[in-house]
Design a binder for this molecule. Sequence first.
Ligand code: B12
Length: 352
Amino acid sequence: MESLSETAGRTILEQRARLAEAIVARQYSEQAAIWARYGATGRHKSLQDASYHLTYLAEAVVAADPSLFNDYVAWVKALFAGLGFPETALADTLTWTREALREGLPAELWAAVEPYLTAAQASLPAAAAEPPSFLSGDSPLTLLARWYLDALLAADRRTASRLIMDAIASGVSVRDIYLGVFQPVQREIGRLWQTNRVSVAQEHFCTAATQLIMSQLYPYIFSTNRTNRRLVATCIGGELHEIGMRMVADFFEMEGWDTYFMGANTPLPSILQTVKERQADLLAISATMTFHVRGVHELIAAVRDMDGGRRVPIMVGGYPFNVSPQLWRTVGADGYAPNAQEAIGVATRLIG
Ligand code: B12
């Protein structure tokens, strides 16, 4: 049976359009002078924002973990600061959200949601308007990561590639390049986008270049002894972030597993069919956007319902699982790891 917080989260999602309208109506009546000048487009964007806030709130409530919404609110604070919005914009939005939900939800559901808004409002002042760099420090790998990022931001793919290939030639391991260069550089690019310092086009360029350079490392990845273990790895339907899962799959490949990585946005029926056909020893599922966590939950339930599906251990990971370290249990997985290296240890324990 559905718990009260699951019902509350589901209700917010189902009534998101109506609730977002109520939030934006308050915004425009209380601050008409600020917002009216942005016209119909501004109102449409406000509605989209309000709907996005409600989605993250609902996901936190369904997962019964306030940290998911607190993290989101901190993220929006930095995003709004980068866009030059007034400092009070987010705090005001949370106040209007609170009022709209108090009036718009049945009392028992509002009681289930209220602590999440209170926690987020309390955590907001301490959240950084400028999140710290992922590339601070002066270890040799961090220096390499900074040079690599500089080359990519200068649109110089050739230098970026040479930096990595030279490092490999001088004895740096592929694992170190993945976790010490590609991972923090990708996260840093995300931070630069979030704080309005690089464009969407630059973010896309850097990501595409890193995927290209990763593929140049494949000769080093496929050269180990095989273990006869089979990994099926996938990103949940709708999820476009694929590099993290790919890195995890490559770490398994380096450990001698046969890996079958299906990339971004794989539909549920195809995942089920592949788990069966490949006789997977382990299924790995990645989600980055918090609103895809429910999809992970549904996929795991569907695998368990499948003939023989209970025998396949399932491991999950990605951004929301790193924010909320108990979330893997809520979605019914057998394990979770925060990064590609630790995933190997967890998998070894899971398959015994
Ligand atoms: C590149 C990128 C994109 C690309 C992805 C392209 C691609 N081919 O993958 C594109 C442009 C598509 C994209 C789109 C969006 N993105 Co984006 N994106 C990123 C970025 C910059 C890098 C992602 C990445 O490669 N990370 C590096 C990898 C190595 O890290 P990782 O994913 O965490 O993976 C490691 C672990 O988590 C773990 N792991 C991951 N999966 C698994 C699975 C298992 C089983 C296990 C055990 C472990 C595990 O191991 C991995 C390796 O160690 C991030 C920034 C960031 N912090 O990650 C933003 C980021 C994730 N994106 C963000 C946003 C907002 C979006 C969009 C909504 C933007 C928009 N307005 O369109 C859309 C949503 C798309 C969607 N529906 O999925 C935000 C999310 C914020 C939040 N609070 O949720 C971030 C954090 C950027 C930011 N700082 O604001 N994005």
